[in-house]
Design a binder for this molecule. Structure first.
Ligand SMILES: [Zn+2]
Length: 532
């Protein structure tokens, strides 16, 4: 007899995630993220603090058609006030939210020191607030702040806070590891204790990642009976972040321990969009995606050694714990000095270059990759440069334009208001067909100036590179033998949202940057099908 249980997902990207250093969501960002979460099949989307934050107030006021339960977050009534005479609580209950999540102290030490009130008053505030929200027809959640630390200090009091809300009819009692320092075996034991008093299908877990175990802590809680998991996209959140839903969801869907016991609202088709969702959030935050992110990172299914690569092609399960396409990722075989023919063939196949397996040019390509990697090129990090190299050796790249010369100047001087400034000026002479074009541009640095000048006027190709944009620039000094060389990796993207990385290597940083910039532009022209 199989009795499957429902497990609920609660996202706090818009509330806890908004606390991340350097993250500042606009109203339209928040809407876009809420929409993404809803499309992904998340049960609860926590929108923020209506009444306390103007953007959040607006978010709840807008018309919307979400399947997800849009949840408002806020404090229980203040100590010493009645529920009907607390403006903060009134504003929270005023919001057009489907559910209200109250946060309350569950650690006696915090009640005394931070709230400066008595344990009894804390319990009454919880009861009053839950009752008031229930009366307004809201689904109610109680976030028990510092629950695990509170439980270790005074289990009776921590449990009393949880039970007070449950008895008043709160749908979920969420146990929060607010400081993020609790370990998985402690979480499992404490949640197990709570589940003897409150049914597990009313218990949630809210874990922070301060010991890098927020995901493990969430699963420990589920094993002990909790049936709601809170987290955020890409683990966004203050300090070290919240439990990462992008890692939790595929584990729940693809690992049999969970998959055979639990249903979540995320379908297989929705799961296949996960990598895209994760990268879209990075895009919105203007961050380069973490290539080593579990499940969704570019390197999550990348294999380096040639012997593994040939085994993978025969039988993917030999080196992959789950099929990459299940989360919308893809297998990647790295072209590297350890790699062999099978890597190159598989990569050509993926790029869509059809070539006979016995073609002599494949050996030439492999030799060229090895020769270049020996002097510092890194093709496993620069797939667009690899693709261009392959296309060039297989004679399929038109010669679009030629940079006849370029010149970069750096000048330090006083500006009009007497401040000392350093400016760079680049001049580029390009030949496109019979046309010679000269462009100049000023930039905040020599590479920036060169990039701007290069892309300023490419004659008939200008239309193809309009949407091209550099998103990341990384420099490393390598010591190869007696000579130090510079490796530059440039990440670009275009109007379609596609990202690619190119590489340049030279003893001169400007020259290395120039190579990577050129590859990026030519790659874009190839990709856009620009005519020769
Ligand atoms: Zn939190």
């Amino acid at each position: 007899m199989s009795s499957r249980e429902r497990l609920y997902l609660y996202d706090t990207t818009l509330r806890d995630g908004a606390q991340t250093n350097g993250v500042d969501f606009t109203l339209s960002d928040k809407f876009a993220i809420a929409k993404m979460l809803d499309d992904l099949g998340i049960d609860y989307v926590e929108g923020g603090y209506p009444g306390a934050n103007p953007i959040d107030t607006q978010l709840f006021a807008e018309d919307r058609s979400f399947t997800a339960t849009l949840t408002a977050f806020g404090m229980t009534r203040r100590p010493g006030r009645s529920a009907s005479n607390d403006p903060g609580l009134a504003a929270l209950l005023e919001a057009r939210a489907d559910a209200v999540c109250f946060v309350a102290k569950a650690w006696d030490y915090h009640v005394r020191v931070a709230l400066e009130t008595t344990p009894e008053e804390n319990l009454t505030a919880i009861r009053d607030s839950v009752r008031a929200a229930k009366r307004r027809g809201r689904e109610v959640l109680l976030d028990c702040e510092h629950f695990f630390d509170g439980y270790k200090a005074d289990p009776q009091f921590a449990l009393a806070c949880a039970e007070a809300a449950y008895e008043e009819g709160a749908r979920w009692i969420v146990l929060c590891d607010t400081n993020g320092g609790t370990l998985p075996h402690e979480v499992e034991q404490i949640v197990g204790d709570v589940a003897r008093r409150i049914p597990g299908d009313h218990i949630g877990i809210h874990a922070h990642n301060d010991t890098e175990q927020a995901v493990a802590n969430s699963f420990a809680a589920v094993r002990a009976g909790a049936r709601q998991v809170q987290g955020s996209l890409n683990g966004l959140g203050e300090r070290c972040g919240n439990a990462n839903l992008v890692s939790i969801i595929p584990t729940l869907k693809l690992k049999s321990e969970f998959a055979r016991r639990f249903d979540i609202a995320v379908s297989d088709a929705q799961l296949a969009k996960l990598a895209h969702v994760s990268h879209a959030l990075d895009e919105m935050l203007n961050r380069a995606p973490n290539r080593h992110a579990p499940y969704v990172g570019e390197s999550a299914f990348a294999t380096k050694a040639g012997i593994h690569a040939s085994a993978i092609l025969k039988e993917p399960a030999t080196y992959e714990h789950v099929p990459p396409q299940a989360i919308g990722n893809r297998r990647k075989l790295l072209i590297s000095d350890q790699g062999g023919r099978s890597n190159v063939l598989a990569e050509l196949d993926r790029i869509g270059i059809n070539v006979d397996k016995e073609d002599a040019r494949i050996a030439r390509l492999l030799d060229e990759v090895k020769r270049r990697e020996a002097i510092g090129y890194a093709y496993e990090a620069a797939d667009a440069s690899f693709e261009l190299l392959a296309r060039r050796i297989l004679e399929r790249v038109p010669s679009y334009f030629k940079v006849e010369k370029f010149d970069v100047n750096i000048e330090q001087r006083d500006n009009a208001v007497g401040e000392r400034v350093t400016v760079s000026l680049a001049v580029v002479k390009v030949k496109v067909g019979d046309e010679t074009l000269i462009s100049a541009a000023e930039g905040n640095g020599p590479v920036n100036a060169l990039d701007l000048a290069l892309r300023k006027d490419l004659g008939k190709y200008q239309g193809y590179i309009k949407g091209l944009e550099l998103t990341d620039y990384r420099v490393r000094i390598l010591n190869s033998g007696t000579q130090a060389v510079t490796r530059v990796l440039i990440e670009s993207r275009d109007e379609t949202g596609e990202r690619w990385t190119t590489v340049g290597v030279s003893p001169n940083i400007i020259d290395a940057s120039f190579q990577a910039l050129m590859d990026s532009i030519v790659y874009k022209l190839v990709k856009s099908g620009a005519p020769a």
